[in-house]
Write a protein that binds this ligand. Structure first.
Ligand SMILES: C[S@@+](CC[C@H](N)C(=O)[O-])C[C@H]1O[C@@H](n2cnc3c(N)ncnc32)[C@H](O)[C@@H]1O
Length: 283
C-alpha cells in the first residue's frame, strides 16, 4: 500500500511551481468557449489544512506559498492562482491550501468537466467529501496506470492530463513516460504535464531520457531550482529536493512566453539570491 501523503508537502515550492504551470495550461484552454476536460491522474486529497500536525512537522509552506501569499502582483496568472487560494481562506491568515483538484474546480466553467483518479483510500474519502455536490467533477478510485487508458478519450475531446506521481518506486520515472506514450496513442490532442522532483541523485534524468526516446510532440521542460549551494555543500547528507520540474507535452502556443515572464520572478521570490528558472524545448 502507498505510504505517501501529500499533506506533508502541501504549499511547498514544488506545489507553487506545479500549480502555476497548471494555471497557465488552464488559461490556454479557457481562451475558447468550447468545453474541455481536466484529468488529474494523482489527485491527492484536494484540500490541505496547513495547521495539521503533518504540515507543521515539515513546514514546507514556509519556503513555498508563504513567500507569495501576501503579494499583490500584476501578473494575471499569479493573481488567479493566489485568488483561488484566497477563496478557501476567509481570514487573512493562510490556513487551507488547495491541491490540484480544488484549483481545477475553481477554474472550470459550467461547460467544463474534471475527472480525478486517486488510489489511496484516505485521499479518495477526502475527495468524495469535498466534491460530492459538484456535478462537473467525477472520481475514479483506481490505479492510474490501468485507469487512465481505460477512461480516455473522454467525451469532451479538448483537454489536459496532469500526472503528479509520488515517485515512491524508482522505476516510476520511466513508467510514467510509458503511461503518457500509451495515453497519447488514444488521445493525441490532449495536453499532458508530468511533474518530477529534482533530487541530488538526479533520477529525473531517466524520465527526460525516456521522454526523448518517446518522441512525443512539442515537449517543453520547466525547472525551478531553489538550491542554496553553500548550505548544500555544508550538509553532506542532503537528500531532499533541490528543485522542481515539469514536462509539458503538446505544449500550447504562448505557454513558453507566459512561463518565461512569470517563473524567474517566482524563483527569485521563493529563494532570494539563488533561485532560478529554466525553460527548454526537448529535442
Ligand atoms: C503528489 S500527490 C498529488 C498531489 C496533487 N496532484 C496536488 O497537486 O495537489 C500524489 C498522489 O498520487 C496518489 N497515487 C500514487 N500512485 C498512484 C497511482 N498509481 N494511481 C493513482 N493515484 C496514485 C497518491 O496516493 C497521492 O495522493
Amino acid at each position: 500500500m502507498l505510504s505517501y501523503q501529500h499533506q506533508y508537502h502541501a504549499g511547498s515550492f514544488a506545489d507553487v511551481h506545479k500549480h502555476l504551470i497548471m494555471r497557465v495550461l488552464f488559461e490556454s484552454l479557457l481562451k475558447k468557449d468550447k468545453p474541455f476536460c481536466y484529468l488529474d491522474c494523482h489527485a491527492g486529497s484536494g484540500v490541505y489544512d496547513l495547521k495539521s500536525a503533518a504540515s507543521q512537522k515539515t513546514a514546507e509552506r514556509v519556503g513555498g506559498i508563504d513567500q507569495l501569499w501576501h503579494l499583490n502582483h500584476k501578473n494575471s496568472t499569479l493573481q488567479a492562482y493566489l485568488d483561488a487560494i484566497k477563496s478557501l481562506n476567509e481570514d487573512t491568515q493562510l490556513r487551507y491550501y488547495p491541491g490540484s483538484p480544488k484549483l481545477a474546480a475553481n477554474w472550470l466553467r459550467e461547460q467544463d468537466r474534471a475527472q480525478l483518479i486517486e488510489l489511496h483510500p484516505q485521499a479518495q474519502d477526502d475527495l468524495r467529501r469535498t466534491f460530492t455536490r459538484d456535478k462537473k467533477i467525477s472520481l475514479h478510485a483506481r490505479d492510474c496506470y490501468e485507469g487512465l487508458p481505460a477512461i480516455i478519450p473522454p467525451q469532451i475531446k479538448r483537454g489536459f492530463v496532469l500526472l503528479d506521481p509520488s515517485y515512491e518506486v524508482k522505476d516510476e520515472y520511466t513508467q510514467i513516460v510509458k503511461l503518457v506514450e500509451k495515453a497519447h496513442t488514444r488521445w493525441a490532442t490532449a495536453i499532458y504535464a508530468i511533474w518530477y522532483p529534482l533530487l541530488p541523485s538526479k533520477r529525473h534524468l531517466h524520465l527526460l531520457d525516456a521522454l526523448k526516446r518517446a518522441k512525443l510532440p512539442k515537449v517543453l521542460i520547466s525547472e525551478l531550482h531553489i538550491l542554496d549551494q553553500d548550505k548544500y555543500d555544508a550538509d553532506r547528507n542532503h537528500n531532499g529536493m533541490v528543485g522542481s520540474g515539469m514536462a509539458i507535452i503538446n505544449t500550447p502556443w504562448q505557454v513558453d512566453d507566459k512561463l518565461s515572464d512569470l517563473l524567474p520572478y517566482v524563483a527569485e521570490t521563493l529563494a532570494p539570491g539563488f533561485g532560478s528558472s529554466h525553460l527548454v524545448d526537448l529535442d
